[in-house]
Design a protein around this ligand. Structure first.
Ligand code: PLP
Length: 432
């Protein structure tokens, strides 16, 4: 009742566009690690982690301390792209902790502070450098919703034709799109080789190594390598969108490390700022062909985010976090991979890598029921996929094992409950 009352202001004042508030109808107040509390002190486990923004947890004490200290000493918060001590520290930490140990040489561009800004920047730069307007993306891709990024985002829900943003992009089938027996790189190659395919040679191909919003589709290492080879062969830039699955989500800092490829550009956002808005485009140095100030804006590299990000990078100074991700990823895999065998009638498919997992339900509406019921049991977990058919597991990487098992236990109970009420559930699903 009290929640209903306190939700009124959001209905009264906020646009109908609000989304997550509907899936998780509580007024949240405080948070720590993988736990959230609402205005009534009700506790929740967070398996959503800000859609991949809170890999280091809510209010991580290391990061909060650094932010408080910085503010207390009147550290500069806003500086456009001027030089600051906070930015200097971040650049050095990123070079020394992330790039140098991986033998990577990238220049860094601080774009507007959201993921879609980094993608827009990558598209613009690729087109400028290659002097070609077309770009290729993949089925089920999600790259953001500003108009350039929207043109390479697959889901029709976001792509009303009247927006007129479908120019200069083509979609090709992602790994596994036609099932395990079709090599979709061979398919793509055919389009590129054929002068009459109707697909212009693109400036770039943009790819997520694991499609997050698209439904947790994991590209194989071999597919990613073939894609990188194809790009080299046809003089196409390879852009990896690591906004959701970078920052350790798949087990290594960059998600493409498992395939041993080196993209021409990498878009980073979400967890790079450890919860504060920050987005970065990494580019091979020879691609850095901007004129000074040519692609600029007011919020490019927020200094509080630099302070947070510099602290977050300390997690990568040794391999402790990577080992934790591997261990907790195995716990997630074994709990979730048992579900299809236990409940064959629910037509479950499980996919994932590291600490990003998806449980797809073949019965329409069932995934939404799982998420709703989980929330009733105080677990926050969201949906993914073209038809919201996938329950997406994205806990903070720093979650403690006990909380992880507790959250997984809630899902196991919810799914078992739905299986037990199968007839009712099928009816409700069909009615959606
Ligand atoms: C892979 C990927 N790219 C781009 C974006 C867009 O980021 P933002 O919502 O910060 O614009 C997202 C957001 O979910 C994403 O998952």
């Amino acid at each position: 009742m009290r929640t209903e009352y306190s939700m009124r202001i959001f209905e009264e004042m906020e646009s109908k566009v609000r989304g997550y508030i509907r899936a998780f109808p509580a007024v949240f107040d405080t948070a720590r690690g993988a736990r959230l509390w609402d205005e009534h002190g009700q506790e929740y486990i967070d398996f959503f982690a800000g859609a991949g923004t809170l890999n280091y947890g809510h209010n991580n004490p290391r990061i909060s301390r650094a932010l408080i200290d910085y503010l207390e000493r009147d550290g500069i918060v806003h500086a456009l792209d001027k030089a600051t001590v906070a930015k200097q520290a971040f650049l050095e930490a990123f070079r020394d902790t992330i790039l140098a140990p991986r033998n990577l040489q990238y220049k860094m561009q601080f774009t507007g502070p959201t993921g879609t800004n980094a993608v827009e920047t990558a598209l613009k730069l690729a087109r400028m450098v290659k002097r070609r307007s077309n770009v290729i993306a993949f089925t089920n891709a999600y790259h953001g919703l500003s108009l350039g990024s929207l043109a390479i985002t697959g889901n029709a829900f976001y792509r009303d034709e009247s927006y007129g943003v479908r120019h200069n992009s083509d979609f090709m089938p992602y790994d596994g799109y036609f099932g395990p027996d079709v090599n979709t790189i061979a398919y793509l190659r055919r389009f590129l080789e054929d002068q009459s395919s109707g697909v212009d040679l693109p400036a770039a191909i943009v790819v997520e190594t694991v499609q997050g919003e698209g439904g947790i589709h994991v590209a194989s290492d071999a597919w990613l390598r073939e894609l990188a080879d194809l790009c080299r062969e046809f003089d196409i830039l390879l852009i990896v969108d690591d906004i959701q699955v970078g920052n350790g989500r798949t087990g290594t800092f960059f998600s493409f490390e498992r395939a041993g490829i080196v993209p021409d550009m990498v878009a980073l956002s979400k967890s790079i700022g450890a919860g504060l808005p920050l987005a970065i485009l990494l580019m091979r140095p020879e691609l850095d062909q901007w004129q000074p100030g040519e692609h600029t804006g007011t919020f490019r590299g927020n200094n509080l985010a630099f302070v947070a990000a510099t602290q977050a990078l300390t997690y990568w100074e040794d391999d402790a976090l990577a080992r934790e991700i591997e261990h907790k990823g195995r716990i997630m895999a074994s709990a979730l991979e048992a579900l299809p065998g236990k409940h064959p009638e629910l037509q479950i498919d499980v996919r994932g890598v590291g600490m990003i997992w998806g449980v797809e339900f073949g019965i329409p509406g069932l995934a939404a029921q799982v998420s709703r019921e989980a929330f009733r049991r105080n677990l926050v977990i969201e949906l993914a996929g073209a038809k919201n058919e996938v329950v997406k597991f994205l806990p903070p990487l720093t979650i403690d094992e006990e909380t992880l098992r507790e959250g997984l236990g809630i899902i196991q109970d919810v799914v078992a409950g739905l299986a037990a009420r199968r007839d009712q559930v099928l009816h409700a699903g069909a009615a959606r």
